[in-house]
Design a binder for this molecule. Structure first.
Ligand SMILES: O=C(O)CCC(=O)C(=O)O
Ligand SMILES: [Fe+2]
Length: 328
């Protein structure tokens, strides 16, 4: 039996995802929707939009409210189902307001600085070729992002390298893609970052667009935060799209592969992964440590600090407004 026909994507978009591991969808939600959900960003951040001396470069805000993708961005939702292939596999049907706000730095203003924070998301677990926990990396855009304005850099050409490394290490890869069992400063120390540094700039793709545009990326996509030379207010979210089961890369009926699975096989240059099995343990680490060096605390600490700031500004009610937007 053939897979369901595409609901949202054109065949050309589906083929692009399989071949390159990413697509950009335009106008998945309106500029007004973006304005509505980001309207309290400055209060939440505790910074002033007009006083750059209050700005911190890289802000990973806690998620306080969530809303169903299906209602907020139906086109993106349709595309996601096309890529995953089956709604029953979808674990998290919401996006939220955990904005990532890149405000640039005084030193970086006007400067062209190459990206150097190359990584693949998956910091909280041991990663395998067939891991479903990341699912996809989805980047909805909530502000105007022009070239040089702090949009993330992605490197689709590194997908085959990441996929092969996962294939070669069925024992699993730690964050950064050091194989489980290898000493911390061994041969694969900072594998992701070092691979990124070797990729020529001609292979990079800069995330740019308008509020409402959405990038959908393969879970192994190498990407990096970039300098925001214009010091525009760059607002996105990064969402996982976890699926409930490991990906199946050795199906008896090849017509049943999802687009993600097909993209993984394409990156490996293989028809299937028959005979490949994980040999390590699927494991999640706890989330009580800061996600990156710029974070000011654990997720709970950040949430508490933000709530305290918002309450001190006499704006505690903003969260009630948000909560009314929630549908499930
Ligand atoms: O802020 C960005 O452009 C990228 C952030 C990112 O990749 C991350 O937080 O994992
Ligand atoms: Fe990331």
């Amino acid at each position: 039996m053939a897979r369901q026909p595409l609901r949202q994507l054109t065949q050309e978009q589906a083929d692009h995802f399989v071949k390159h591991g990413w697509i950009k969808l335009e106008k998945c939600f309106t500029r007004q929707q973006a304005a509505d959900v980001t309207k309290d960003v400055w209060i939440r951040l505790g910074m002033s939009p007009t006083d750059k001396s209050t700005w911190v470069e890289d802000n990973h805000m806690p998620t306080v409210n969530r809303w169903p993708i299906r209602d907020f961005a139906p086109k993106a939702w349709g595309a996601l189902l096309d890529i995953v292939g089956d709604e029953r596999l979808v674990q998290n049907k919401n996006w939220g307001d955990g904005f990532i706000v890149n405000l640039g730095t005084p030193e970086g203003e006007g400067q062209d600085i190459p990206p150097d924070r190359w990584h693949v998301d998956g910091q909280q677990r041991v990663n395998f070729l067939d891991s479903g926990e990341q699912g996809l990396l989805i980047m909805p855009i909530f502000s105007d992002i022009r070239p040089g304005g702090g949009g993330t850099m992605i490197c689709p050409a590194a997908l085959p390298i990441m996929a092969q490394h996962l294939y070669d290490h069925p024992e699993g890869l730690m964050p950064g893609y050091r194989p489980v069992g290898e000493e911390p400063h061994g041969p694969h120390h900072q594998f992701q970052r070092r691979t990124g540094r070797k990729m020529p700039p001609s292979t990079w793709v800069e995330v740019t667009g308008e509020p409402g545009d959405v990038y959908i990326l393969h879970p192994f996509m190498l990407h990096s935060r970039v300098n925001n030379k214009h010091r525009d207010v760059r607002i996105v979210t990064n969402n996982r799209f976890p699926i409930k089961e490991p990906f199946q890369l050795a199906r008896d009926d090849p017509s049943q592969y999802s687009l993600i699975e097909r993209a993984t096989l394409h990156a490996l240059g293989r028809e299937n992964c028959k005979g490949w099995h994980i040999t390590g343990e699927r494991k999640k680490f706890d989330d009580s440590r800061p996600r990156n060096p710029n974070k000011r605390g654990t997720q709970q600490e950040e949430r508490d600090a933000e709530m305290a700031r918002v309450k001190a500004a006499g704006m505690g009610h903003i969260y009630e407004g948000y909560n009314r937007m929630r549908k499930n």
